[in-house]
Write a protein that binds this ligand. Structure first.
Ligand code: NI
Length: 191
């Protein structure tokens, strides 16, 4: 089942998600629904706050980024596959900061360069509640960093310069008022 995507301006996007356990009601169905919602809206990641649930869960499938210019065959392979991150914790971010143009299903029509570090060490549970600790870099790390921000109540626009933020203010207000042009269902703040 496709779920509506929460728009910029909804308070849930600003909350820190709560940790969950394997008895969380309807977890497996929720994960499947999140993937379905993400694929239908052509996203490469989706975090639970974006479907109005303030919990530490996000899903990623960054395969479409394999078609970007300059991506090696090796990286293409690494981008493939459905990944589920439960109760994730980024333990370390290392390497040089690099720019990449990010977007967000909750902030349609805005794409801006964001600087993030190259490499992360992340601890998380998969959908069967097996614990993993992984070092990830490149585009996959980038997607995970963006989704991880969501469960911390942070949006990519928060990471832009004060000037950029000022320039985007009106556009962001319009999104929160429901003035968007998207092919997927969204949920907006109450007036
Ligand atoms: Ni996002």
């Amino acid at each position: 089942m496709k779920l509506p995507v929460v728009a910029y301006g909804m308070p849930v996007l600003r909350k820190k998600g709560k940790a969950i356990d394997k008895d969380y009601p309807g977890l497996q169905k929720l994960i499947d629904d999140m993937f379905e919602t993400m694929y239908a809206s052509e996203g490469v990641g989706l975090a639970a706050p974006q479907i109005d649930k303030s919990i530490r869960l996000f899903v990623v499938d960054a395969e479409p980024f394999g078609n970007l210019e300059g991506v090696s065959e090796q990286e293409k392979e690494r981008l493939k596959g459905k990944r589920v991150f439960i109760n994730a914790k980024i333990l370390e971010e290392t390497g040089k900061e690099w720019n990449f143009t990010e977007g967000c299903l909750s902030i349609p029509g805005i794409n801006e360069d964001v600087k993030r570090k190259e490499k992360i060490t992340i601890e998380y549970y998969d959908r069967d509640f097996n614990k993993h600790t992984e070092e990830i870099d490149g585009l996959l790390a980038r997607v995970i960093q963006h989704e991880y921000d969501h469960i911390e109540g942070i949006l990519f626009t928060d990471r832009l310069s004060p000037i950029k933020k000022r320039l985007l203010k009106r556009k962001l207000e319009n999104i929160s008022k429901g003035k968007v042009n998207v092919s997927y269902r969204m949920k907006f703040p109450k007036k």
